[in-house]
Each structure stands twice: as C-alpha cells, then as structure tokens.
Design a protein around this ligand. Structure first.
Ligand SMILES: NC(=O)c1ccc[n+]([C@@H]2O[C@H](COP(=O)([O-])OP(=O)(O)OC[C@H]3O[C@@H](n4cnc5c(N)ncnc54)[C@H](OP(=O)(O)O)[C@@H]3O)[C@@H](O)[C@H]2O)c1
Length: 242
C-alpha cells in the first residue's frame, strides 16, 4: 500500500489532499501540530474507511521535524508521497518597506526552511519507495514572471515575505528534482490558485477540491510524468511561468 504524508493536513487544502489520496487507497499520515485538531481530522477520514494516522510535526521546528521522521521510519518501510503543504501567509497587503523582518523570517521558517528540512529528513524513507513523489505547495504569488507582468492577476499583490518564500521553495523543487533525476522520485511545485480556505478567504474563486487537484495529480504521477516543474491551479491550467 502506498503511504502519503501531508504536512498541515488537519484543515484546508492539506486535509482535502489527504482525504483524496486516502480515497485512492493510500495510507495517510496526517502531519499536524495540534493533537486535538489531528484527532478530529482522523475521525472524518475514519468515517470514510480511509486508513490514517497522525504524526506531530511543526515544520518551523527542527526537533519536531526530525522526531516526526524518526517516528514514521520506525513504523513504515517506505514513504511514497510527501506533500509539503504547511504554509503561512502573514503579510498580505503589506509593502516591502513596511514588512517587519520578524514576519519575513516567519514566512521563510514555515514556507521554505520547513519544506527544505522536512524533505531532507524524509528523503531516506522516500528513497525506499518504488516511485516517490514530492509535491511542494507553492503559489502563483511566488512567480517572478507574474510579479513582473502587469497583465497577471497577481501583479498588484504585496506580500514580499510570502512571495519570496514561495519563490525560494520553487528553487528547491528544481534543485531536488535535478539531484534526484536519475531516481524514480519526482519533485514538482503545485500552485492551488486562490481557494476558499482560512488562508484564501471565503470569497476566493476556487473550492478546496479545485485547489487540491493539481497537488493530487502530482502526487499520483505515472513513471513518465514530469519532474522539476511548476504547475498552476485548475483555474489557469498547465505549467506556470517561474
Ligand atoms: N488558499 C489559497 O488560496 C492558497 C493559494 C496559494 C497557495 N496556497 C498554499 O497552499 C497551502 C495550504 O494552504 P491553505 O489555504 O490550506 O492554508 P490554511 O487554511 O491556512 O491551513 C494551513 C495549514 O498549515 C498548517 N501550518 C501552518 N504553519 C505550520 C507549521 N509551522 N508547521 C506545521 N503546520 C503548519 C496549519 O496548521 P494549524 O491548523 O495548526 O494552524 C494548517 O493545517 C499553503 O502552503 C499555502 O501557502 C494556498
């Protein structure tokens, strides 16, 4: 049975991705930082006969990441899917000149360093998979092309910390994909588009199901699927300019 770990999986897109991969027959490991929220999410999966468990992981905390990797490695022989989904948006609408350095650092701790360290920590177990898949949840807001294109819907956005951290996350996609190019492991970035979650707000154009679709597709790619690519949300479709 394929095993998938999704960080930030107790709500929003992470939960939707977990639920959908579970419905496809994968064993789900919900990465959560709050045990009560994890239990509630686990109950919902259990009602659908999805086999699942929780692991405690705060991706802004190295000790937590390595403890989670140890726990999972003690219980499982391989990890087939890692979705680096946990994310923080704390500066939407804030101009770069007004952005507190602490907020910029917080964005990077979760969105970039967190995904980096989680990938490193779980890679030995992913290497034991027949066909490992790593999906980095990025954003259209992390696209340098979009930032420079007045025609792009995100051109006017100000969120320098979040945008820089997602742009840097895309570098990890390229670099891990290149390093792992001669293995069966595929590494891609998925942008969900603006979705109706706590982060995206209730007026966002996409449902969680629509937003999760790209990540689910990348988590279940065939052997001839792409690696080292940046795919946009279902709203726009196709590859996204970096
Ligand atoms: N929604 C959108 O429109 C949109 C657009 C583009 C990209 N994205 C990306 O998609 C991903 C999911 O977004 P979402 O809308 O589902 O966000 P959300 O509703 O705000 O949920 C965020 C999830 O991440 C977890 N999390 C935050 N910081 C964490 C940390 N340090 N360690 C572990 N877990 C942490 C949260 O856990 P708690 O419940 O414990 O707080 C929660 O489960 C994020 O990477 C986001 O940047 C979202």
């Amino acid at each position: 049975m394929n095993i998938a770990l999704i960080t930030g999986a107790n709500r929003g897109l992470g939960f939707e991705i977990a639920q959908s991969l579970g419905r496809r027959g994968m064993h789900i490991i919900l990465g959560v930082r709050d045990a009560d929220k994890g239990r509630a999410a686990l109950d919902t999966l259990g009602e659908q006969n999805i086999t699942a468990e929780c692991v405690s992981i705060d991706v802004s905390n190295s000790a937590s990441i390595h403890a989670a990797a140890k726990t999972v490695a003690e219980q499982h022989q391989h990890l087939d899917v890692l979705v680096n989904n946990a994310g923080l948006l704390n500066d939407f609408g804030v101009t770069a000149s007004a952005l507190p350095l602490a907020d910029l650092r917080a964005s990077f701790e979760t969105n970039f360093f967190g995904a980096f360290e989680t990938t490193q920590a779980f890679l030995p177990l992913i290497r034991k998979s027949q066909a490992g898949r790593i999906v980095n949840m990025t954003s259209d807001l992390g696209s340098l092309t979009a930032m420079g294109d007045p025609e792009h819907m995100q051109y006017d956005a100000f969120a320098a910390g979040y945008q820089a951290s997602k742009c840097a996350l895309n570098v990890l996609t390229r670099q891990f994909a290149k390093e792992l190019g001669d293995t069966a492991i595929k590494v891609n970035s998925a942008s969900p588009g603006l979705c109706r979650t706590d982060m995206g707000g209730e007026n966002a154009p996409l449902s969680v199901e629509e937003g999760a679709a790209t990540a689910i597709w990348l988590a279940t790619l065939d052997a001839d699927g792409p690696t080292g690519c940046f795919f946009s949300s279902t709203l726009e479709g196709g590859e996204h300019p970096w």
